[in-house]
Write a protein that binds this ligand. Structure first.
Ligand SMILES: Cc1cc2nc3c(=O)[nH]c(=O)nc-3n(C[C@H](O)[C@H](O)[C@H](O)COP(=O)(O)OP(=O)(O)OC[C@H]3O[C@@H](n4cnc5c(N)ncnc54)[C@H](O)[C@@H]3O)c2cc1C
Length: 421
């Protein structure tokens, strides 16, 4: 029987392991931590299970819904109630974002000079939008969205990697940014954009863990991967590395230096989440959350009013996220400092000073990969440097969200199976 090692038991590693087992392989999943899930983590806060890493998934992609259905969890999927987020700009909560693509409006006034874009080119989202729609759109609309998803400023994030459909439309010769955005957005739809698990991501983790059983070894950090293929003193026919890019660089740096170099070109941003349960009587606004514009006097980059966004959560559940690429000092602050900053922000943005009933602080060091301009070239270099019998999976490839991680894990498994055959 073919023996395959999977390093990392986040969603990427768990899905890769599941597919390898289904393909008839003998699988061992090595996880350095004492629990599975990586950035999928649910905690009980004030008696309620809340996610303190990822909390939702893009429903318009099929992967999470398909996996949940396969695992018998389809009836545990929930949708948001339909409230929308607003933006905090110039010291006040402003109106909702209109229909946008990652904060790029389709109908903003655009410079009249023709759009110049070389097919195959790349630049930052900030530079593209600034040149067509001006600084204000970047600071009040694109930056708040990009910071929420990629934990980086729009000026640090690649158009081609973050919004491949937009880049493709520009390659085809879209006459303006607005036309390209409109084309990518397509017809307005009433379908919910996001979904979540009623009992948090823990439900998905429990179902995957049950399928994989004692193939998962917890508390088993892999310090080094040696071709072909030695890990923690055992030999394997193939290996799937399902750990974030900085860890891949550390794992392979000595033995596969070209791969290590390519992977270490991808930076990762650290962030912290303060999740609170406020009293049910707290007068939270009728919004799903608030995104913060650039240069505001607010420490958080986003507020999710989870209890307003989801019907299954108690009304007072809120979470504030802190930290972007290059702005990580606050992430290192003591818990008391982060909680203090969160409470100050709640007071300044919503006028809320209620004492929380329960608080949880979670830090995610190097938690979100940043797709710098040129990211696709880095991925090509990674592919070229990845030897037969090894495959890589994770959020640094084709999207940071959980659906994209599942898709990448499945394609990583296809690669090792093809190599083995
Ligand atoms: C704060 C935050 C909020 C997010 N919100 C959302 C959201 O709402 N929706 C969404 O779709 N996505 C969201 N994401 C993104 C998404 O959660 C992640 O991209 C995804 O979970 C990454 O999964 P992964 O398995 O690739 O990596 P990870 O979850 O990082 O898992 C990697 C695992 O490998 C282990 N590991 C690392 N090194 C080693 C080693 N040497 N040996 C053994 N084990 C090792 C780690 O302990 C970890 O368990 C969010 C991310 C963050 C940080």
């Amino acid at each position: 029987m073919t023996a395959v090692a999977v390093v990392g038991a986040g969603i990427s590693g768990l899905v890769a392991a599941l597919r390898l087992v289904e393909a008839g392989c003998r699988v061992t999943v090595f996880e350095s931590g004492t629990r599975v899930g990586g950035k999928l983590r649910s905690e009980t806060i004030g008696g309620v299970r809340l996610d303190v890493g990822a909390e939702a998934f893009l429903r318009r992609r099929p992967e999470v819904v398909d996996l949940a259905t396969e695992l018998g969890l389809a009836d545990q999927l929930v949708e948001p109630v339909g409230r929308r987020p607003a933006v905090f700009a110039d010291g006040a909560v402003r109106g909702h974002l209109g229909r946008t693509l990652m904060g790029i409006p389709a109908d903003a006034d655009e410079v009249r000079i023709p759009l110049r874009w070389n097919a195959g080119a790349d630049t930052s989202l900030g530079a593209l939008v600034r040149s067509r729609l001006g600084d204000e759109v970047v600071e009040r609309s694109v930056d708040p969205m990009v910071s929420g998803v990629f934990a980086a400023h729009a000026d640090d994030v690649s158009v081609r990697a973050a919004l491949p459909a937009l880049a493709a439309r520009l390659d085809e010769g879209a006459p303006s940014l607005g036309t390209a955005v409109t084309d990518v957005l397509g017809e307005p739809s009433d379908e919910p954009v996001f979904g979540a698990f009623r009992g948090g991501y823990q439900q998905l983790l429990d179902a995957l863990t049950e399928k994989l059983g004692d193939r998962i070894v917890l508390g088993a950090p892999v310090p080094e991967v040696r071709p072909k293929w030695s890990l923690r003193g055992s030999m394997f026919d193939a290996v799937v590395l399902a750990v974030p890019a900085p860890q891949v660089a550390r794992l392979v740096g000595l033995n596969l230096p070209e791969l290590g170099d390519a992977v270490s070109r991808i930076p990762a941003a650290s962030s912290a989440l303060v999740t609170m349960r406020l009293p049910e009587t707290t007068p939270l606004p009728d919004l799903s959350g608030v995104l913060v514009a650039t240069r505001e006097q607010v420490s958080a980059k986003a507020f999710t009013l989870s209890g307003r966004k989801w019907a299954h959560l108690p009304g007072g559940a809120v979470r504030l996220s802190f930290g972007r690429l290059g702005v990580s000092r606050i992430v290192d602050d003591l818990d008391a400092g982060l909680i203090g900053a969160a409470r100050e922000d709640l007071a300044n943005v919503f006028g809320i000073t209620d004492e929380p009933e329960a608080v949880h602080v979670q830090r995610w060091y190097e938690g979100i990969p940043v797709y710098l301009p040129g990211h696709r070239d880095t991925l090509t270099a990674i592919d070229e440097a990845t030897p037969a019998g090894m495959a890589l999976a994770g959020a640094y490839f084709d999207g940071v969200g959980v659906p994209a991680c599942i898709a990448r894990a499945e394609s990583a498994v296809q690669k090792v199976l093809a190599d083995l055959s």
